[in-house]
Design a protein around this ligand. Structure first.
Ligand code: NAD
Ligand code: WQD
Length: 338
C-alpha cells in the first residue's frame, strides 16, 4: 500500500522538520509546503538522509490559494498539519499586520481550499501564548484564555475559526495543539532550530554562549516567587512534540471531533535549573548575569498534559539532560551544515 501523503505547511521549520521525520518513521509521506522565510532549503537534503527518501516539497506561500489548489490536484492528501506561520512575540508587537496576514489570513486561505477539496483532517500549531499573562500553573486547556500580544491573539483567532469550521462540518476532525517550550533537536544533529539574528529564546541563547558566538547569557530577573527566583517554564523535547503530532494525526483518522490539547511535560524548570542541566550534560560553562525582568514574562508556566495523555495515548519521555545534550549536538554541527 502507498504511504498516506500528509501536507505539512512550514515543514522545513524547526518543529515541522522534526515532525516530518516522525511521520516518515510512522509510515506516512510528508509533503512540505514552505516559503523558506524562516528556514533553509538545505533542510530538505538533510531530511532525505534521515527519512531514507527525500520528502515531497513545494516552495510557496500558504496565502497562495492557487498553489494550494494545485497541490491538492496533484497529490491525494487526506490530512494537513499546519505549522507555517510567524512566531516571534516581540516582532508581532512591531508588525501586527504581518502577523495577522500570515497567521490568520494564511490559515483562512488554507482552510478554504481544504474545504473545497473535502479535506477534513487538520492539526493546528497553537501555543501556550493563548493563555496570556494571568496564567496560574499548571495550565489546563480550560484555563483562562487571555493572550497579551498580537502573536498570541493570532493563534487564538485561528483556534476560534477552527471551532466555527467544526460546527459547520461535524464530520471533520481537528486537533488544536498548544505547545509549551520546545527545545532540543534530532539526536543525529542533522536538524534543529536556527534562529536568525540574536535569539529571543533561552536555549538557542545558551547554546550560542556555549559555542562562543555570545559572551554571556542575560537572565531576565531573579526575584520571581519560584524555587531560585528565576522564571519557570515547561521545556519539552522537540522529538516528543513531533511524536505528539503523529499521535494527533492518528486520532483524526480514528474519529471526527474537535480537540484542544496541551503538549508539555507537566514539569517546570527554572532558568538556572536549565543552565545547570546544560552545563552538566555538556561540560560547558555558561557565564551569565542577572538583569531586569523581561516585559510580559510570567513567573511560572507549565502544562497539565493529562488530556493529551488520555486522548492521544501520548506523553513526553525525554528528560532535560537529553534536551540539553541534543541542543548542543545540533549547535556544534549547525555552523558546518547550514
Ligand atoms: P519555524 O519558524 O522554525 O517554522 C515555521 C516554518 O513556516 C518556516 O520554515 C517558515 O519558512 C515557514 N513559513 C512562514 N511563513 C510562511 C508562509 N506564509 N507560507 C509558507 N511557509 C511559511 O517555527 P517553529 O518553531 O517550527 O514553529 C512552528 C509552528 O509552531 C508555528 O506556527 C509557531 O507559531 C508554533 N509554535 C512554536 C513554538 C516554539 O516555541 N517554537 C511554540 C508554540 C507554537
Ligand atoms: C524562557 C525563559 C525568559 C532568554 C516563548 C513565547 C511562547 C512560545 C515559546 C511560541 C523566560 C528567560 C530567555 C534569555 C532569559 N513560542 N530568558 N534570557 O518566553 O517562555 O515563550 O517561546 O509560541 O509564545 O513567548 O520562552 O525561551 O523566550 O524564555 O532569562 O536570553 O527564559 O525570561 O523566563 P517563553 P523563552
Amino acid at each position: 500500500m502507498n504511504p498516506k501523503i500528509i501536507l505539512v505547511t512550514g515543514g522545513a521549520g524547526y518543529i515541522g522538520s522534526h515532525t516530518c521525520v516522525a511521520l516518515a518513521q510512522a509510515g506516512y509521506r510528508p509533503l512540505i509546503l514552505d516559503n523558506f522565510s524562516n528556514s533553509k532549503t538545505s533542510v530538505i537534503d538533510r531530511l532525505a538522509t534521515l527519512m531514507g527518501d527525500p520528502p515531497l516539497c513545494v516552495e510557496g506561500d500558504i496565502r497562495d490559494a492557487a498553489l494550494i489548489k494545485k497541490i491538492f490536484h496533484d497529490y491525494c492528501c487526506e490530512s494537513v498539519i499546519h505549522f507555517a506561520g510567524l512566531k516571534a512575540v516581540g516582532e508581532s508587537v512591531k508588525q501586527p499586520l504581518q502577523y495577522y496576514d500570515v497567521n490568520v489570513a494564511g490559515s483562512l486561505t488554507l482552510f478554504a481550499v481544504m474545504k473545497d477539496f473535502g479535506i477534513k483532517h487538520l492539526i493546528f500549531s497553537s501555543s501556550a501564548a493563548v493563555y496570556g499573562e494571568e496564567k496560574e500553573p499548571p495550565l489546563h486547556e480550560e484555563s483562562l484564555l487571555h493572550p497579551v500580544n498580537p502573536y498570541g491573539r493570532s493563534k487564538l483567532m485561528v483556534e476560534e475559526i477552527l471551532e466555527d469550521l467544526y460546527h459547520m462540518d461535524s464530520h471533520s476532525s481537528i486537533v488544536r495543539l498548544r505547545y509549551f517550550n520546545p527545545i532540543g533537536a534530532h539526536p543525529s544533529g542533522l536538524i534543529g532550530e536556527t534562529p536568525s539574528g540574536v535569539p529571543n529564546n533561552l536555549m538557542p541563547y545558551i547554546t550560542q554562549v556555549a559555542v562562543g558566538i555570545r559572551k554571556k547569557l542575560s537572565i531576565f530577573g531573579n526575584d520571581y516567587p519560584t524555587v531560585d527566583g528565576t522564571a519557570v517554564r515547561d521545556y519539552i523535547h522537540v522529538m516528543d512534540l513531533a511524536e505528539g503530532h503523529v499521535a494527533a494525526l492518528q486520532k483524526t483518522e480514528r474519529s471526527s471531533g474537535l480537540s484542544t490539547l496541551n503538549l508539555g511535560t507537566g514539569r517546570g524548570s527554572s532558568v538556572l535549573e536549565l543552565v545547570e542541566a546544560f552545563e552538566a550534560a555538556t561540560g560547558k560553562n555558561i557565564p551569565y548575569e542577572i538583569v531586569a525582568r523581561r516585559a510580559g514574562d510570567v513567573a511560572a508556566c507549565w502544562a497539565d498534559p493529562s488530556a493529551a495523555q488520555k486522548q492521544l495515548g501520548w506523553g513526553a519521555t525525554r528528560d532535560l539532560r537529553t534536551m540539553c545534550a541534543d541542543s548542543w549536538n545540533w549547535q556544534l554541527r549547525a555552523s558546518f551544515i547550514i
